[in-house]
Design a binder for this molecule. Structure first.
Ligand SMILES: *[C@@H]1O[C@H](CO)[C@@H](O)[C@H](O)[C@H]1NC(C)=O
Ligand SMILES: *[C@@H]1O[C@H](CO)[C@@H](O)[C@H](O)[C@H]1NC(C)=O
Ligand SMILES: *[C@@H]1O[C@H](CO)[C@@H](O)[C@H](O)[C@H]1NC(C)=O
Ligand SMILES: *[C@@H]1O[C@H](CO)[C@@H](O)[C@H](O)[C@H]1NC(C)=O
Ligand SMILES: *[C@@H]1O[C@H](CO)[C@@H](O)[C@H](O)[C@H]1NC(C)=O
Ligand SMILES: *[C@@H]1O[C@H](CO)[C@@H](O)[C@H](O)[C@H]1NC(C)=O
Ligand SMILES: *[C@@H]1O[C@H](CO)[C@@H](O)[C@H](O)[C@H]1NC(C)=O
Ligand SMILES: *[C@@H]1O[C@H](CO)[C@@H](O)[C@H](O)[C@H]1NC(C)=O
Length: 284
């Protein structure tokens, strides 16, 4: 089970670049072993297979048990440069080898080049459970969290409701996105203190809409009274992740517009003058 993965969770301070890893608890391989060469096969081919996939996602197995290695990789859905997606997965393998030397398993989130391109996720293990979509639904052990230390000014209840509403809406759109299980979204500013908020949610595209919803709801459920008033945050598990920021942090136009909860603000159309539009396509 992936449940055995993970001993180390390194939380890095929030900055433009965020890279983190969970080292597997499934033991070490020995130098020049069959396991090491199987891992090398995956490191050589999985980056290309990920970047050449329309979903920017690939799974792979190399070798036979007990030396088999199971892996998956996912580039964030707004990668516009597939070469950079491939390079990100290559860098993730290198990062795993540096931060989890000789470990049979690791899960890595790697910000390839945050000024140019978004990041990617890589997981590999000696346990085939890592390829099971059920691994998204149990356990909290593949977790990366980053929170901006600054808060959004204003009534904490209103701010928290806005952030929760944004994340809830983003989850629904991501889970419903049939090809990539990925969406970007934004919510208009509210009053004088809550800025326009930008969000993103993504599942590995092998998840069903229901499993994606469950995975994302589980991590949105970890947003608490303290973190829901921060001016940005990210939560990652291997198979799904969410992020929100007060700056436009993704590539391209927002795919969705989320209306602020009616309980806390006038209808956005009245506030922004962009009347008529309701939640669908291409804004900004
Ligand atoms: C695996 O190797 C690393 C680096 O050499 C070492 O720190 C760690 O203790 C080893 N773990 C096990 C389970 O042997
Ligand atoms: C691993 O293989 C390389 C190349 O064959 C060799 O130079 C090295 O000594 C080997 N290392 C171990 C620990 O067996
Ligand atoms: C990359 O992967 C695609 C599809 O898996 C394959 O058609 C292509 O030949 C590969 N390119 C390289 C350089 O390996
Ligand atoms: C990459 O894709 C090629 C072509 O589809 C396939 O033969 C190969 O097994 C894949 N490798 C990995 C590591 O997924
Ligand atoms: C795509 O990314 C690669 C680096 O991974 C870079 O060399 C190349 O210039 C980028 N292409 C474009 C069109 O930005
Ligand atoms: C995961 O976290 C949630 C909320 O903190 C907790 O209720 C649940 O028991 C945890 N699940 C596992 C398997 O640890
Ligand atoms: C967000 O969704 C959860 C259930 O997934 C619900 O309990 C909560 O009331 C929703 N919050 C907002 C602000 O929409
Ligand atoms: C809220 O979540 C953060 C991040 O997981 C945690 O550090 C903090 O203790 C939690 N605060 C409360 C009040 O539960």
């Amino acid at each position: 089970m992936v449940g055995v993965l993970l001993l180390l969770l390194l939380l890095m301070p929030l900055s433009a670049s965020a890279t983190a890893q969970l080292c597997g608890a499934d033991g070490n391989y020995t130098v020049n072993s069959t396991y090491q060469s199987n891992l090398a096969v995956l490191a050589a081919t999985l980056p290309n297979n990920t970047s050449s996939s329309p979903q920017l996602f690939a799974t792979a197995t190399a070798g036979q048990a007990p030396d088999a290695v199971y892996a998956l990789a996912l580039c964030r859905g707004d990668f516009s440069n597939t070469t950079a997606c491939r390079d990100c997965v290559v860098a993730s393998f290198q990062h795993a080898q540096q931060s989890c030397p000789k470990h049979k398993g690791a899960i890595v989130y790697y910000d390839y080049d945050p000024t140019q391109q978004p990041g990617c996720l890589l997981g590999f293990s000696s346990d085939d459970g890592i390829l099971s979509s059920a691994s998204s639904l149990t356990g909290n052990d593949t977790l990366f969290q980053y929170w901006n230390q600054d808060g959004i000014p204003g009534d904490p209840g209103v701010v928290a409701a806005a952030v929760q509403g944004l994340l809830n809406g983003t989850v629904q759109y991501a889970a419903a996105a049939t090809e990539r299980r990925f969406t970007t979204a934004f919510m208009d500013s509210i009053g004088s203190t809550i800025p326009t908020l930008y969000s993103l949610a993504q599942c590995t595209p092998d998840l069903s809409a229901g499993d994606c919803t469950a995975c994302l709801r589980r991590i949105v459920g970890m947003v608490n009274a303290t973190t829901s008033v921060r001016v940005g945050g990210r939560i990652f598990v291997l198979r799904c992740n969410i992020r929100f920021e007060a700056n436009l942090f993704y590539d391209g136009k927002s795919m969705q517009r989320i209306l602020s909860p009616s309980s806390i603000a006038p209808a956005p159309a009245q506030m922004t003058g962009k009347s008529m539009y309701v939640c669908d396509e291409q804004f900004i």
